[in-house]
Design a protein around this ligand. Structure first.
Ligand code: GTP
Ligand code: MG
Length: 539
């Protein structure tokens, strides 16, 4: 779900848009220059060569035209061409880094409200639209949801007051262009949340401080914990924890409540693999009122918070640079027809250029890149981390499934139907035991596929912090089963070919979750793939 209206209204950057207007402008200029530069017509020249001295008016005209030519020469020298302007704008844009931020957390924590408020504060939504939403929300008996309507754009979401599909919007600060992915919090829509989180580097974990709401969201079965674990597994390396609804009458900007929530969440974040000092930032906030988002906290409202506001924190987050020269890997999230086939996804590795020949794996279909779009801007190339739409030729729409991977021709991604993985068992249904034959749904980048555990290879002793070494000789006695909390190396099989990578080579394409009956039962990483070119391990 694109926040289309907003995206269109938002003319943040590009100063230059690849549209017909611009093209016409450049054409007009060319015509003007060509006309002015064209030699005088033969009949005029003839007139000048005649015996009789040219009339004075003609001399003036001649001088004038020469002057004009000179000036036009100069103008032409100064005026960059269409291509140069385009390049310049692209370079300017590239100076700003781009970050994908996913909003996660329990249902009703205030993710869409905060996302909407961000768009409002960054000047992308006008008062009239807000008034319209206020009226619409009132009519639907969802008065307090008007701010969330900026992100929740479909009827079902507005009626129920719950996000279903991942909302997408853009804003920018001094140094960074952000794409916001507003995930649903409701447990029925966890697969959509997984798809949103798999596109992001940074997570904003929204927690409601309202009495009782923090508790429900945080307890077992609530989505706060599940979302954190999923986010970590899906490659969200930094978390901003916003303690929201601080304005609520049950909270009233209480420092004690804020401290209580922070102290309860930190140990859980650590267990989930986040370094609470390096990877996590906490801050109090009100998405509804708009406090501590674009500007620092007003001391009159909250005297004890001396830290930064949300925009400052997001601006300051550093994400390790990815290699733009690496092989291209772009998992395809969605596709549609538009004078060619448009593939949507995030470039996880490498750079895609206009004109490139690439492979769609696992079908090995060779395609040519016709155009690349980032947000609403056309670009000539896009690098790792960018969310893009790539228009290609050479393939039919029905031959592409989500989860296929756009890949370099040289060094394409592996296509396999089994792999070895290190699994962390989180919570088996009804405390079941985990054995060979266990079936679950595998979610890995954009792939959703039924999977079976065909072999347990080795149980890892978590206390000894032993790390799985795929090259090591396998132990003689393989475990027959493991229980909740266990870490185990096992072999996973799927029915169709899937394109994945070893976690150690491409973390984003090698981490996954296993779910059954709508619950995440395990998270894991790919530790070994069949030998290159093989679909299965030799048994
Ligand atoms: P899902 O998409 O269903 O997961 O919910 P969400 O996290 O997007 O929550 P949403 O933004 O839809 O807000 C849910 C309710 O909480 C609405 O009634 C909001 O008005 C309210 N709310 C959100 N943020 C705040 C806040 O900062 N203060 C107060 N008082 N209420 C808030
Ligand atoms: Mg929402």
């Amino acid at each position: 779900m694109e926040v289309d209206g907003i995206a269109e209204r938002n003319s943040h950057s590009p100063v230059f848009l690849e549209g017909e207007d611009v093209h016409d402008w450049s054409k007009e200029e060319d015509v003007a220059i060509e006309e002015a530069m064209s030699p005088t017509s033969p009949s005029d020249t003839g007139a000048l060569e005649a015996d009789s001295p040219p009339p004075t008016d003609d001399i003036y005209e001649d001088i004038e035209s020469q002057l004009q030519e000179l000036q036009l020469d100069k103008i032409e020298e100064k005026l960059p061409g269409h291509e140069e302007i385009k390049q310049h704008v692209e370079e300017e844009e590239e100076k700003k880094r781009h970050l994908n931020v996913v909003f996660i957390g329990h249902v009703d924590a205030g993710k869409s409200t905060t996302g909407g408020q961000i768009l409002l504060l960054s000047g992308q939504v006008d008062d009239r639209t807000i008034q319209k939403y206020e009226k619409e929300a009132k009519e639907k008996n969802r008065e307090s949801w008007y701010m969330a309507y900026i992100m929740d754009t479909n009827e079902e979401e507005r009626v129920k007051g719950k996000t279903v599909e991942v909302g997408r919007a853009h804003f920018e600060t001094e140094s960074t262009r952000f794409t916001i992915l507003d995930a649903p919090g409701h447990k029925s829509y966890v697969p959509n949340m997984i798809s949103g989180a798999s596109q992001a580097d940074v997570g904003v974990l929204v927690i409601s401080a309202r009495k009782g709401e923090f508790e429900t969201g945080y307890e077992k079965g609530g989505q706060t914990r599940e979302h954190v674990q999923l986010a970590k597994t899906l490659g969200v390396s930094k978390l901003v924890v916003v303690v929201n609804k601080m304005d609520d009458s049950t909270v009233n900007w209480s420092k004690d409540r804020y401290d209580e929530i922070e102290s309860k969440i930190i140990p859980f974040l650590k267990v989930s693999g986040y370094n609470s000092k390096k990877d996590v930032h906490f801050l109090p906030l009100s998405g509804l009122v708009g406090s501590n988002i674009a500007k620092r906290m007003d001391k009159k409202v909250c005297s004890w918070w001396n830290g930064p506001c949300l925009f400052e924190v997001l601006d300051g987050i550093e994400i390790p640079l990815r290699d733009p020269e690496a092989p291209v890997r772009m998992p395809i999230i969605d596709k549609y027809k538009d004078m060619g086939i448009v593939l949507m996804g995030k470039i996880e590795s490498g750079t895609i250029h206009e004109g490139d020949s690439l492979l769609i794996m696992p079908n090995k279909t060779q395609v040519k890149v016709l155009a690349i779009y980032c947000d609403e801007n056309k670009k000539r190339r896009a690098g790792p981390g960018e969310n893009v739409r790539v228009k290609v030729s050479g393939v039919e729409e029905e031959d592409i499934l989500s989860g296929f991977v756009l890949s370099s021709v040289v060094n394409p991604i592996n296509a396999v139907s089994e792999f070895n993985a290190q699994l962390q068992i989180l919570e088996l249904l009804d405390n079941a035991i985990f054995t060979a034959g266990y079936k679950a749904i595998l979610h890995i980048h954009a792939i959703v596929e039924e999977a079976e555990i065909v072999q347990l290879i080795e149980e890892i002793d978590v206390k000894k912090k032993k790390v799985a070494d795929p090259k090591k000789k396998k132990p003689k006695r393989r475990p027959l089963f493991v229980k909740n909390g266990a870490v185990v190396i096992c072999r996973v099989q799927v029915n169709n070919l899937i394109c994945i990578e070893n976690f150690s080579d491409f973390p984003q394409l090698g981490r996954f979750t296993l779910r059954t009956e709508g619950k995440t039962i395990a998270v894991g990483k790919v530790v070994e793939l069949p030998p290159s070119g093989n679909v299965l391990f030799e048994s």
